[in-house]
Design a protein around this ligand. Sequence first.
Ligand code: MSP
Length: 629
Amino acid sequence: MRHFYVTTPIYYVNASPHLGHAYTTIVADVMARFYRMAGYRTYFLTGTDEHGDKVAEAAREAGEAPQEYVDRISGQFRALWPKLSITNDYFVRTTDRDHKEVVRSILQKVYDAGDIYFGEYEGYYCVGCERFYRESELVDGMCPDHLTVPEIRKESNYFFRMSKYQDWLIGHIRDNPDFIRPERYRNEALAFLKEPLEDLCISRPKTRLTWGITLPFDEQYVTYVWFDALINYLTGIGYPDSERFEAFWPVSQHLIAKDILKPHGIYWPTMLKGAGIEPYRHLNVHGYWNIDRSKMSKSRGTVVKPLDLKDTYGLDAFRYFLMRDMVFGLDANFSEEAFVQRINADLANDLGNLVSRSLSMAVKYCDGKVPAAANQPDDTSLVAEAARLFPDVEASFRSLQFHKALISVWDFINLTNRYIVEQEPWVLAKDPAGRTRLDTVIYNILEALRVIAVLINPFMPDSAGDILRRLGIEDMESQDFEGIRVWGGLPAGVSVTRGESLFPRVEYQKPEEPAAKALTDIKEEVSFDDFQKIDLRVAKVIAAERVKKSDKLLKLKIDVGEERTIVAGIGEQYRPEDLVGKKIAVVLNLKPVKLMGVESHGMLLATEAEGTVSLVSFDGDPAVGAPVS
Ligand code: MSP
């Protein structure tokens, strides 16, 4: 029997579940449902990551004991998944006893093999990231992710000899092109590996952190949270000696977003190697859902809660939108307006109309029963397309192009809608001689609907079940992919029902603009003379490129009458190639600063509102170097 094993990241319990967590878990669910229906023995794992500084701090802030706190937030994740029809086989928690035992046994194994040693380390430590940074990685002396000044920490700790496995890992990634995918993330991992790999600090002294798994070889230390968390993928299938582990580990696939590529693409395979375990089979990396083109943010109030969307628009519409609007591997922008447009166009119009008109015709022209069909050559293109559909969808699943799988099904939905228009059942119904043809046409439409329902089942299980029940099918188990290989699986003679509209149209309610109010954040007054001290000029961008290892920073070469280099934090909103040739406003006499190793001699003017950055630009075409006042 073929096997399929998919995991999501285990989510930190320092915040409640949001759209991003829901997305990864829904992708895993769609995959698990798909492979189950394709006859695979399937295992789907999710869970929560409950140790470490970040969680301990969140518990402190909440005024709760860590265990009490993690039980509560982990409970929120566990309670959410059934509401999104998630069919995970197991929910793993890093505070589970068996997980702690597995972590300790692996640590002991790696230690006994000589791959863990005791040493001293001093460096810049960001509490938010739970990691040390090299000086060159800091932006203006700050953590590039949190924009906070890291602490300097010196510690004696245990280290895993990750460096020893660098060459092996490069070879493994090169020899297995689909080990990390899509390709851009494989390249990113190979780029990390161009630099010498440092050993990984895998402990924290208990004097500083007690909320973790005690090292088996030193009572004074707990395990670093990533060395603990990654091992959940083994605990969750019964490592070391279950039949499940033997069966599923060789085909394991991890799903993550790009934020945790390094621990999964670098730490994890080397940890497995050190423990004498085969590497996982695939690391599937997706992009980020942004809101209004920037990161979801608690402080800006742009955190999207999955249950709010489900309650307003329905679960299947939500699952459909997430799978249809993100190209796996790339970032996508979430907007409620786009969501509503999708519901109306794809679900209410295309699919919803097809379901309601097909069933209405069966009720009207065929006494509410599935008619018997005669084989007729006029229908070959519909039948041939249906036969091509599953292989297409399967290929899209294999390459993680879920939006393409849906496009293929929607092409077929539209083909069926066209078939109805071309065959004109309402004309055939007027002529008694058209009876056989009418029966065949209605049969084909209903059979097409069955094929569609089976194929959308992994994405929209409730709607699929609803359509199949309307077609008189009660035994859902029988409706797998094998059953749509050959045209004609829908039994003739069973009663169909029309039912209510499957996806009613929805209206987008634009949130009301808040009423104008007085500004409360005006800065202190300055004199005109003081203002005159700032040298503002018109500049033209001559060249632009990204600053290495930073998503945010761009290095711009500008002409202000002389050539200058400035570094600007607009890389998440602007592509370098779109800036070349633009005229911008810059402050010329700002003291130079070094950002990620690049000296910035001046600053451009831009506005940031609600996370959207816009450059200050000019009407007309002012001369380069002209003063701005
Ligand atoms: N606890 C670690 C993972 C350990 S796995 C051994 C962690 N947790 S997390 O709660 O921060 O979850 C990160 C994951 O949540 C991402 O990799 C992704 O799966 C999902 N997402 C969080 N925000 C997201 C978006 N804005 N967009 C898409 N997915 C995102 O990291």
